[in-house]
Design a protein around this ligand. Structure first.
Ligand SMILES: Nc1ncnc2c1ncn2[C@@H]1O[C@H](COP(=O)(O)OP(=O)(O)OP(=O)(O)O)[C@@H](O)[C@H]1O
Ligand SMILES: [Mg+2]
Length: 218
């Protein structure tokens, strides 16, 4: 049995977490199989501990390749403990961020090379690839404004604190990934309202669920 693996991607503040929580409810209502919503980095106890090290703003000395390795390590543990077992049970897995994030943030944002980061992640994931990726596209600055990049009291993680130029490279890398993986990655205009984003995402997702007979259409 193989379930369905869906990921949500996009720059900081694109609305990924907002969409996942809205999809959570909709999926609950219609699916004929169990599903889990999870997120990266994290999604298992060990992976969450690695997450803390990655995002801690105190860890200013962290090397870019160390960061890429920690993301890959956290991802592997998440796959082994959470994602793969659920897929093996035939369930639907909805994951906030996955390998595309590493390619965009570490490969392009940190400029350590998209090919290198892709190769590192092939080792970590043993080529587990999402069946469908919803890419929420928004200009980097718009996303940063939503999360109050420079001017709010909300505690920022280490990556969110990067300059706009970093986030522009991230968004550009996502657009290249989209171009190269047009059969897997679906672009959603994330400048629209949260409900319009949900509607666009649902249209794509529902299609996939119907195709795989995973939806109760009665
Ligand atoms: N479509 C939207 N239009 C305007 N604001 C939005 C939209 N979607 C989410 N927001 C708001 O933008 C902020 C960031 O949203 P959210 O946390 O869902 O983004 P994210 O992509 O998960 O960000 P991060 O990359 O930091 O995890 C929140 O305050 C949220 O309420
Ligand atoms: Mg989020």
């Amino acid at each position: 049995m193989t379930g369905l693996f869906i990921t949500v991607e996009g720059p900081d503040g694109a609305g990924k977490s907002t969409l996942v929580s809205k999809l959570n409810k909709k999926l609950q209502d219609v699916l004929t199989v169990p599903f889990i919503a999870t997120r990266e980095p994290g999604g298992s106890d060990i992976a969450e501990k690695i997450r803390e090290v990655i995002i801690d703003p105190e860890n200013k000395e962290m090397d870019a390749k160390t960061e890429a390795l920690l993301f890959a390590a956290s991802r592997r543990q998440h796959i082994i403990e959470t994602i793969q077992p659920a897929l093996n049970r035939g369930e639907v897995v909805l994951c906030d961020r996955f390998v595309d994030s590493s390619i965009a943030y570490q490969g392009a944002g940190r400029e350590i090379g998209v090919e290198e980061v892709a190769t590192l992640n092939q080792f970590a994931t043993e080529n587990l690839t999402p069946d469908l990726t919803l890419y929420l596209d928004v200009d980097a600055q718009v996303g940063l404004n939503r999360i109050g990049h420079k001017n709010s009291n909300r505690k920022k993680d280490r990556l969110e604190l990067e300059e706009v130029s970093f986030h522009n490279r991230v968004r550009d890398a996502y657009l290249i990934l989209l171009d190269k993986n047009a059969d897997r990655i679906q672009l959603i205009d994330a400048t629209k309202s949260p409900n319009e984003v949900l509607e666009a995402a649902w249209t794509v997702l529902e299609n996939e669920l119907i195709k795989r007979n995973l939806i109760d259409t009665r």
